[in-house]
Design a protein around this ligand. Structure first.
Ligand code: ZN
Length: 237
């Protein structure tokens, strides 16, 4: 069973729709996972032997962040570390459906959808809602920003849009609409664990924002945190 080639189309959809939001994968984590998956399960192999250098070279990232991402993915159960040595890592790469946290979430959301009669946003309590949890809720955040990156104001399209935590997750930022913004991938990666206002000032120093835009963005940050930027939930039609 383990050596059978899986259904790549299904896995791709599960990766985008379940794994990334459920495990809250960063752009780097997601790239590392996809690359490992491509060289293991998509080739019909359960295990993969690789070195961090090989991985970093292939996905054009330095070894530090790549090593961190492998560690995080293992901690979240997306990878099982079989062996780690100077020569490299041996991992078992789990499909989205085989990861415990992803499976549990699917069961929960099916139960919740049944309870509500409809799957979508029907009875969402906006203050308590986890906006990474379902596609309509994620879309609501993107719709609020009207196709612009919250930070650099560039136009974004669905392929380069991400949801960014205004207070980084590492500092216990929640998935509330008050803590999520729609951003371009570049800002998502560059902001990383930095505070949002510092990051905006950096964009100004790099002349990617004017002084007026910076002031408006800083005001938008305050509005966001105080709950004034409520997304519209009437998007599930
Ligand atoms: Zn941006």
């Amino acid at each position: 069973m383990k050596n059978k080639k899986p259904n790549a189309e299904l896995i791709w959809k599960q990766l985008e729709d379940l794994l990334v939001p459920r495990l809250r994968l960063s752009v780097i984590d997601r790239t590392v996972y996809s690359h490992l998956l491509r060289h293991s399960r998509l080739e019909g192999k359960l295990r993969l032997r690789f070195s961090i250098q090989w991985l970093g070279r292939n996905i054009r990232l330095s070894t530090g962040p790549v090593r961190e991402a492998v560690r995080r993915l293992a901690a979240q159960g997306a990878l099982r570390l079989v062996q780690r040595s100077k020569a490299g890592h041996v991992v078992e790469v789990r499909l989205p459906d085989e990861i415990r946290a992803v499976r549990l979430n699917r069961i929960e959301s099916r139960a919740a959808a049944k309870e509500q009669g409809t799957g979508a946003c029907a009875a969402v309590n906006i203050e308590e809602a986890d906006f990474l949890r379902s596609k309509p809720l994620r879309k609501a955040i993107h719709a609020r920003e009207r196709g612009q990156c919250f930070y650099c104001l560039r136009r974004t399209t669905p392929t380069v849009q991400c949801l960014d935590h205004f207070v980084p997750q590492a500092r216990l930022g929640r998935n509330s609409y008050r803590n999520l913004v729609s951003s371009c991938m570049e800002c998502n990666v560059q902001k990383g664990e930095k505070a949002a206002d510092d990051f905006l000032r950096r964009l100004y120093r790099e002349r990617r924002l004017t002084a007026t835009e910076l002031a408006a963005r800083l005001r938008a940050l305050d509005a966001l945190a105080s709950g004034k930027l409520r997304p519209s939930l009437a998007i599930d039609k």
